[in-house]
Write a protein that binds this ligand. Sequence first.
Ligand code: OGA
Ligand code: MN
Length: 288
Amino acid sequence: MALSFKPIHPAIGAEVQGLDMRKPVDAETAQALRDAWVEYKVLVLHDQPITDAQHVAFSEHFGELEVHHQDIIRDGQLPSIFKVSNVDENDRIRPPADLTMKQLLSTKMWHTDSSFRKNPAMGSILHGVEVVDKGGETCFTNMEAVYEALPADLKAKVEGRRCLHDFAYLSVISGSRKPTAEEMSKMPPIWQPMVRVHPVSGKKSLYISPIYNEKIEGMDDAEAKQLLDILYEICSEDRFVYEHKWAEDDVVMWDNRATMHRVYPYDPNTRRVMHRTTVVGDGPVMAA
Ligand code: OGA
Ligand code: MN
């Protein structure tokens, strides 16, 4: 397979050409993809009419896959498929008051996947099964570039500091179902460094995940909120952000170790069905 990568934004992302995800991937191709994934952080593949089983088989080239802790998100047949979908198990669109819908809609805020785990996700691979015509674009921001661009006073504030990543905070801000005590015992809140080092490239990046962050070490909540709000603004600057307009059977894979993502609003009465696999991380987050 002759693989090539075409950058799609000055700061982040490349389109992969010459790959058919339905076919087996040889070792050389898998390595080229791994290298490009670290270099570009976001890889976009068009026209990939894959089955869930093909999606899983492709994803397994990059490591072990996460199984979601919530059965509403996890697929009944293939547990490593996450259903990022506004359609329920009876194939009906979820109403706005539905707690799963509320959780899903929280992805409109910047985050990096499963940062509340001791070993957060390395990468996520998302397949557009049913996409919406208007809105619903997914945006990705380059957190290495954001870190580099921080003014000295902000760098000094985040260097050597930790921020709390708490899965339960998501239910506070989105009004979704509160995790049970048993769920929380499996994923207690964790202090993560605000500046991390990428285990492959060695580059530093800002590591925050707004949907899980409320507290910063050594700051009261108001001060933490003020700092986080300033950081989110910088993360949102166009110069760092690639905005993906979905076509059916697009696949987008992102490196959670150096990016955040969020989805733009869309009409919640239109079907949006996305299937995701998540590659388990390569270890606890390394502080810079
Ligand atoms: C995700 C996510 C955004 C989207 O799958 O992790 O945040 O566009 N999805 O649905
Ligand atoms: Mn996400």
